[in-house]
Ligand binder design. Structure first.
Ligand code: NAX
Length: 328
């Protein structure tokens, strides 16, 4: 029998945590043969609610769940971590400036990065979900100098899946027939959803859609603003869909992406597509042998180039702001 994989989930008592933990424990993230030990990290005020969730996890009697621990200290929560899902973050409060938001999150992701540096297993993989996810991943990575930077990802998979869903609905195509969609840049309203390479049942998506105006004026803003539309409708931000995306991201990172397709992953840039090296930016990526590779050699038309540049400019601004705050 295999040893359990240590999975640390931060913000475990939050709404994404509640949608996420049961799926991890049931084997949907790492596979039906892989036992997991859950390490839940919360702030002290969240510990009691996390204990309640842990009681429910026990009551599921998941055969793969090898143990549950709850912590309020990142140093202990990340000890031995193989997979870390960094969900807990400081939301923007009323009247909070961007600098305050970045500083508050630096106070979370800096110490968590240091704890990962001190205690993580050699094969550690970290997915940052808490916003601003890309820059939080950059901060955590900067505090973990002994961990290869490419082990820090930020989540774009929800944006990617939202794009698939819009294309499926527009073209009345099953989602499974749509490949090679890309989200570039930052997980923000300035992301760049891209269909120029996408394929629908063997045909170029742009040809099947046959409506460039729909792509630019409808698809792109709908995907980029979907998070706000969910908040309007639900009165709360995306939770189950965000958890689903995190499960899929880690699943593919560990087990590989399907042949003939790619997904969207925010990871430290190696300078590909002119994105400044080190920025945690989203690229089309395939997973092979447990590591992401950026899909190379795609031709970018002017519209795509401009969209990427706009999103990357925002990431540069965020990086410069946290650098000025001394958070890197
Ligand atoms: P909730 O407010 O429901 O839960 C957050 C939890 O994190 C709370 O229980 C809180 O006590 C805990 N927490 C805060 N600081 C912590 C710390 N230092 N250590 C451990 N736990 C801490 O938020 P939820 O809806 O679960 O969303 C969590 C984060 O995901 C937010 O930052 C949100 O913006 C972000 N999202 C990111 C998405 C993405 O695609 N990357 C999409 C969904 C979501 O909006």
């Amino acid at each position: 029998s295999t040893l359990p994989v240590n999975v640390t989930v931060t913000g475990a008592a939050g709404q994404i945590g509640y949608a996420l933990l049961f799926r991890i424990a049931s084997g949907q993230m790492l596979g039906p043969d892989v036992p997991v030990r859950l390490k839940m990290l919360e702030i002290p005020q969240g510990v009691k609610a996390a204990e309640g969730t842990a009681m429910e996890l026990e009551d599921c009697a998941f055969p793969l769940l090898a143990g549950i621990d709850i912590y309020d200290d990142p140093k202990v929560a990340f000890d031995g971590v193989n997979v870390g899902l960094l969900v807990g973050a400081r939301p923007r409060g009323a009247g909070m400036e961007r600098g305050d938001l970045l500083a508050a999150n630096g106070g979370i992701f800096g110490p968590q990065g240091a704890a990962i540096n001190a205690g993580a297993a050699d094969d550690v993989r970290i997915l940052v979900v808490g916003n601003p996810a890309n820059t939080n991943a950059l901060i955590a990575s900067a505090h973990a100098p002994d961990v290869p930077a490419d082990r820090f990802n930020a989540m774009m998979r929800l944006d990617h899946n939202r794009a698939l869903a819009q294309v499926a609905a527009k073209t009345s195509t099953p989602v499974g027939d749509i490949t090679k969609v890309t989200i570039w840049g930052n997980h923000s309203a300035k992301q760049h959803p891209d269909l120029t390479q996408a394929v629908i049942a063997g045909r170029p998506a742009t040809e099947v859609i046959g409506d460039d105006a729909w792509i630019k004026d409808d698809f792109v803003p709908t995907v980029a603003k979907r998070g706000a539309a969910i908040i309007d409708a639900r009165g709360a931000s995306s939770a189950a869909s965000a958890a689903n995306a995190a499960i899929a991201h880690v699943h593919d990172w560990v087990n590989g992406t399907p042949e003939g397709d790619w997904t969207s992953v925010a990871m430290p840039s190696d300078g590909s597509y002119g994105v400044p090296a080190g920025l945690v930016s989203s690229f089309p990526a395939v997973s092979k042998g447990g590591a992401w590779e950026i899909v190379q050699g795609l031709e970018l038309d002017d519209y795509t180039r401009a969209g990427i540049d706009t999103s990357v400019a925002e990431l540069v601004e965020e990086r410069d702001a946290v650098q000025e705050l001394g958070l890197l």
